[in-house]
Design a protein. Structure first.
Length: 142
């Protein structure tokens, strides 16, 4: 039981990038816990269907943990239902080919693994206005 959110990033050798991912992961975990508490649920309860039992990061290149290691670790801890959140802005090679192929291999290897690849940021209609608003806010700082 229990569902995990796996945030998949490209990966980088940069320490700054690693820190940004850790910071984002901590913020998302806190949001997940707050949502559970608002609904009167225990955040770390595997039976909750409204929130994630675990939230983890995974990388496709240059950084650890790699996607396979993250998924295998979750699976070994009894978490077989995964939502995969690709943090790739556009639908390029990693999103359309690399990620699905790697997950398909894991699905064969790990009996009972279920996953859903969620939409990438640019898929959403409000993404353009979001990034433009952020650009405008930077202009006002100069």
């Amino acid at each position: 039981m229990g569902k995990a959110l796996v945030i998949v990033c490209h990966g980088s050798k940069s320490k700054k990038s690693s820190q940004e991912i850790k910071s984002l992961l901590a913020k998302i975990k806190k949001i997940n816990q707050n949502i559970a508490r608002e609904k009167g649920e225990v955040p770390d309860d595997r039976t909750n269907k409204e929130n994630y039992f675990e939230i983890a990061a995974a990388f496709l290149e240059f950084a650890d943990p790699q996607l396979e290691k993250t998924v295998q670790s979750l699976y070994q801890n009894g978490i077989k239902n995964l939502d995969i959140l690709p943090l790739f802005i556009f639908a390029g090679y990693h999103l359309c080919q690399d990620l699905p192929q790697r997950l398909e291999k894991l699905e064969v290897e790990l009996t009972g693994l279920n996953y859903k690849i969620l939409n990438h940021p640019a898929h959403y209609d409000d993404f353009a206005s979001y990034i433009f608003d952020k650009a405008l806010s930077e202009i006002s700082k100069t």
